[in-house]
Design a protein around this ligand. Structure first.
Ligand code: NAD
Length: 261
């Protein structure tokens, strides 16, 4: 389903992005990887770039080809560097890259955003998410954080709440919809990658361990990559604006508790 396709994968130097790029290559895709760090494996053509600033995104875009089939937005920060950098990379930078690349994605192409179970609260915090996703372009994130009183400790879940809401908005945004570009999300639960240690520091061991206990084990990058690539493929051609939980049943378990069934 990916043979001959050109797929752009951000966050390619580690964890889920690295495995997604590797699997896409194995499935016959041409992969272009982006990361702020150099990858140690050489599966993808690599562009070093920083998604945390408007100029960083512009530099990446200037080096990308004119035609792509899919964009997998995997790069992310854990929140341990504060709300400003976390919102910049996990949401505003990701969105700026996606919007800049929309005209170069082929008709019927795909964008897949790696969100998280941590974004579960988007409905409960909908008004805030509407305002923050309604800010156009790549704003001065420090000013946004100051104006809205955003706290460092809420940076990670907030970034994923915004990403989940924007995924649904983007699915109906003419920029993507007019050319049949699908925009979907994959939401992992805890996954054994370097970021998990940082989550333990940010969220506490108890929260992470409780999530792992609910589903029996942590995920691996190899559990998430096929879900991302399915949504990149034409096999998902009628799936748009969806959030695919890749979490061993964690969201179902939390739903049962929160909704009482
Ligand atoms: N591992 C988990 O438990 C888990 C759970 C839910 C969601 N996620 C999400 O999955 C995605 C991938 O995480 P991972 O587990 O592979 O973590 P990881 O830390 O292994 O990989 C993240 C990658 O993003 C890159 N990156 C960070 N800032 C960047 C920037 N400014 N510009 C370009 N690249 C940048 C890093 O260099 C790194 O290679 C993230 O969006 C994360 O929020 C992870």
């Amino acid at each position: 389903m990916l043979f001959g396709k050109t797929i752009l994968v951000t966050g390619v130097a580690s964890g889920i992005g690295a495995r997604t790029a590797e699997l896409a290559s194995q499935m016959g895709a041409d992969v272009i990887g982006i990361d702020v760090r150099e990858p140690t494996n050489g599966n993808a053509a690599f562009i070093r770039g920083d998604l945390s600033t408007p100029s960083g995104v512009a530099e990446i875009v200037a080096r990308l080809p004119q035609r792509l089939d899919a964009l997998a937005n995997v790069a992310g920060l854990s929140g341990n560097t504060g709300v400003v950098s976390t919102l910049a990379v996990n949401f505003y930078g990701l969105r700026a890259l996606s919007e800049a690349m929309a005209p170069r994605l082929r008709e019927g192409g795909a964008i897949v955003n790696v969100a998280s179970i941590a974004g579960y609260g988007w409905r409960a915090n909908l008004e805030r998410a509407k305002i923050l996703t309604g800010i156009e372009g790549f704003p001065d994130v420090s000013a946004v954080a100051a104006e809205h009183g955003l706290r460092d400790e809420e940076g990670y879940p907030l970034s994923k709440e915004l990403l989940l809401l924007w995924t649904m908005r983007a699915a109906h945004d003419p920029l993507f919809k007019a050319r049949g570009i699908r925009v979907n999300a994959v939401s992992p639960g805890p996954v054994e990658t370097p970021i998990l240690k940082q989550f333990r520091a940010v969220l506490g061991d108890a929260r992470v361990d409780s999530d792992i206990t609910r589903v029996g084990r942590a995920g691996t990058a190899a559990d998430i990559a096929p879900a991302v690539l399915f949504l990149c493929s034409d096999g998902a051609r009628w799936i748009n604006g969806a959030n695919l939980a890749a979490d061993g049943g964690l969201e179902a378990s939390i739903n049962a508790e929160v909704l009482g069934f």
